[in-house]
Design a protein around this ligand. Structure first.
Ligand code: G3H
Length: 491
């Protein structure tokens, strides 16, 4: 068990002896009351007072752009970041195990998450060198010579999601830091302890006040921070509802820069010309990796009615072979779902679909025990069902038949989301004809492949309610800075 009794603020690990929040793993083990979620530890349930102190520390370190960090050379900032990476790697095994236990992600995927994050930081450093080379240059126009440079924005509030508690949080935190901003960082509720071993590395690698943590109930501490109007950038990965609520709290909402990655209902389209085997293997990965708990997961499948039967049969067979097990067991595909209320919510979705005329078509689909839910394929989905309207964020594949391609196009037009889409077809002309309508409705169209964020050098964003601003190794550097210039008249 790991009981965190300190947090990072103003360059100090501050001792905490107030209220704490207990952390339970989604993994259930035998206990006094039978199988129960394992207690993993606890963390400080800090209050608005500590959050305000952290804000003051971040502002002091920024010092209206005159602080040590925002004025440090790019080389200096890169050195600090490299130092952080060395220290981070020392904590590798512990952090991987914390990811696995705290959110139930398989050991293999938790390891990938850690290593991908280290790679992300190294790529960010390379991208910054390149950006600096290209943007710190002299430009001459109409008798004026100007030097342009990427300048920081101020105090950034960073909040990440539970499903990639380390990686996704760092996709905003790292570029925000390295561009010279100062940070308030609130770890996700599920995935808080994951960050604890790395706080000392932040403390030792960056000047005091550059990174400050904010603990406590999100509903208590973050609205107050936004309401001060002293947050310059909101970097949030999570639900659209929470993001909209936080933005509205800011008294100068028009001056707030928001970098957001939010809800999504990514669709796959299987045309009658698709290679069904390929479609099945990609859709299964896209829909069920990490139990479907990914913003980029495929969350609805449109299949042409002429190939619906063989497609569903192949998909059921493939899903039937998936291995369900504890996250530390090698080769498992389905692990406990992270959020305590998720099995009940998914059951509600399945009951609702059945009540409206659909069926769970695969053996054992939707059966659950403790925090395990076996993947369900649900068919045929209609417009009145929760599985059509809501982002299930779990191991359920809703399938909807179509006759004309206009139907999935109309689905995307009507959708409040616009993150990704996958098209499966072996007909080049058909694919070409679909790219234009869809590329203007979502932010990434995948051809004969699942939806995903990576490779991390690609821009990651979304349309409508799915995102604001752009993340990725290099785009994020722009998102957390301003291209400003020093201009002089030439005589
Ligand atoms: O939850 C959203 C993540 O950005 C998904 O990332 O596509 O690499 O799994 P991924």
């Amino acid at each position: 068990e790991l009981h965190q009794r300190e947090y990072l603020s103003n360059g100090e690990m501050v001792k905490w002896d107030g209220e704490v929040s207990e952390v339970y793993s989604p993994v259930c083990l035998p206990g006094a009351k039978g199988l129960q979620r394992k207690l993993m530890g606890s963390y400080p349930l800090a209050t608005e007072k500590e959050a305000m102190e952290a804000l003051t520390a971040a502002e002091k370190a920024y010092d209206n752009g005159r602080g040590e960090w925002p004025t440090m050379s790019i080389e200096g900032r890169i050195k600090c970041m490299q130092n952080f990476v060395y220290k981070m790697i020392e904590q590798r095994e512990l952090v991987i195990n914390l990811i696995m236990w705290e959110i139930g992600k398989s050991h293999a995927d938790s390891t990938k998450e850690f290593d991908r994050t280290v790679e992300y930081i190294n790529l960010t450093i390379d991208a910054l060198k390149e950006l600096d080379r290209r943007s710190s240059r002299f430009e001459i126009a109409e008798g004026v010579i100007a030097q342009t440079r990427r300048a920081p924005l101020g105090v950034v509030l960073c909040m990440g999601p539970f499903n990639y508690p380390l990686n996704e949080t760092y996709t905003t935190l790292i570029p925000a830091i390295i561009m010279g901003n100062t940070i308030l960082f609130k770890p996700p509720k599920h995935g808080t302890l994951v960050h604890y071993p790395l706080l000392k590395a932040f403390k030792e690698s960056f000047p005091a006040g550059v990174v400050n943590t904010v603990y406590g109930r999100g509903a208590t501490v973050t609205p107050g921070l936004m309401a001060t109007g002293r947050i310059n950038v909101l970097a949030f990965i999570g639900s659209s509802k929470v993001a909209n609520d936080l933005k509205k709290r800011h008294p100068k909402i028009n001056r707030l820069r928001a970098v957001l990655s939010l809800d999504a209902k990514n669709a796959a389209i299987v045309t009658k010309n698709a290679d069904l085997k390929l479609a099945v293997s990609e859709i299964m990965l896209g829909a069920l990796s990490y139990n479907g708990q990914r913003c980029t997961a495929l969350k609805i499948v449109h299949v042409h009615k002429d190939v619906a039967e063989p497609f569903l049969q192949l998909l059921s067979e493939a899903v039937g072979k998936l291995k369900l097990g504890m996250p530390w067991v090698s080769g498992v595909n389905i692990t406990p779902v992270a959020e305590p209320g998720k099995p009940a919510y998914l059951k509600e979705c399945l009951d609702d679909a059945i009540a409206h005329g659909a069926q769970v078509i695969n053996e054992n689909g939707g059966t659950s025990a403790e925090s395990f839910v076996f993947p369900a394929i649900v068919y045929p989905i209609t417009r009145d069902m929760k599985l059509y309207l809501e982002e299930q964020f779990g191991p359920v594949i809703p399938v909807i038949p179509f006759e004309s391609i206009e139907e999935p196009i109309q689905y995307q037009i009507d959708s409040p989301h616009g993150m990704q889409l996958s098209i499966f077809s072996n007909d080049g002309k058909e694919i070409a004809a679909l790219i234009d309508p869809f590329v203007n409705l979502v932010s990434r169209v995948n051809i004969n492949s699942q939806s995903q964020r990576g490779p991390d050098v690609f821009p990651f964003t979304g349309r409508k309610d799915s995102a604001e601003g752009t993340l990725s190794v290099s785009d994020a550097l722009r998102s957390f800075s301003l291209r400003s210039l020093v201009a002089a008249k030439m005589n």
